[in-house]
Design a protein around this ligand. Structure first.
Ligand code: HXC
Length: 256
């Protein structure tokens, strides 16, 4: 396990805290490998129902590591398909929640947007400041931010490099819920445990269908949703969920 990550697992929830305090959790190749290598086995584990990704009070992550990027040539970036590896994190199928306090800038904001839900502490600051460094977002910012908050605000953020505070981020639809900083991780883990308590086939399908809405036409998306819905009738958890409702008792999902 990497020194850059602090990993805990309980009640079907794995919590990963990024831990490079000296550089405000700047995201380098080692952090990427550590995150993906740590999380892929959990992703395949039917007992793991939700992933929480967080940073420190001061920074979720202040962006891609500028020191690592500074000397790269075009050919270095092109041949290594620099930053493409982060999509392996986005592709993890288990629902992921980003718990953001402090700075989520550049790649940090983009990493949060690779998660399925963003919860933020009131100190959170989001931004895509790459333009100030002579580049543009390279880990999905121009695409995911535009889909999440719309063209007007995304263009404003990306062209000016300005920061967005937590309240504006919540009003804009980037952040699902705001909490006091002191309560952020507790509330996030509470929500994660709720998600993990459901049947994993249903949560995977729920995540997949919502994400499909960003990729496809309404007609295709509705068909995709209906087929995924039909498939859940093959699970024990569907029988358990509906029977428990009719018997007026809590459901006990078994992930089958
Ligand atoms: C490497 C970083 C860093 C980063 C901060 N540090 N961000 N190192 N990469 N992205 C380091 C600083 O150099 C400093 O190291 C230490 O962390 C503390 O940062 P300070 O600047 O002293 O802290 P503060 O004054 O509180 O300012 C915080 C900050 C500022 C506003 C977040 O650090 C900042 O603007 N950081 C860069 C944000 C950014 O541009 N992100 C986008 C990166 S590009 P020392 O050694 O001096 O103590 C990106 C692109 C993605 O993400 C893909 C497209 C290419």
């Amino acid at each position: 396990m990497s020194a850059n990550l602090i990993v805990t697992a309980a009640d079907g929830v794995v919590t990963v805290k990024m831990n490079r305090p000296d550089v405000l959790n700047a995201l380098d190749g080692e952090m990427l490998r550590a995150l993906v290598d740590t999380l892929q086995p959990f992703d395949r584990d039917p007992e793991c129902g939700c992933i929480v990704l967080t940073g420190s009070e001061k920074a979720f992550a202040a962006g891609a590591d500028i020191r690592e990027m500074n000397e790269k040539s075009y050919l270095d970036a092109y041949h290594s398909d620099f930053l493409a590896g982060w999509e392996a994190f986005a592709r993890l199928r288990t629902p992921k929640i980003a718990a953001v306090s402090g700075y989520a800038l550049g790649g940090g904001c983009e990493l949060a947007m690779m998660c399925d839900i963003i919860y933020a502490g009131r100190s959170a600051i989001f931004g895509q400041p790459e333009i100030r460094l002579g580049v543009i977002p390279g880990m999905g910012g121009s695409q995911r931010l535009t889909r999440l908050i719309g063209r007007a605000k995304a263009m404003d953020m990306i062209l000016t490099g300005r920061q967005m505070d937590a309240q504006e981020a919540e009003h804009s639809g980037l952040v699902a819920r705001l909490f006091d900083d002191a309560a952020l991780l507790f509330e996030t883990q509470k929500a994660a445990r709720i998600i993990a308590s459901y049947g994993k086939a249903a949560t995977l399908a729920a995540r997949e269908t919502v994400n499909r809405a960003e990729e496809t036409s309404l007609t295709e998306g509705l068909l995709f949703e209906r087929r995924a819905f039909h498939a859940l009738f093959a699970t024990q958890d569907q029988k358990e969920g509906m029977t428990a409702f009719l018997e007026k008792r809590p459901a006990r999902f078994v992930g089958k």
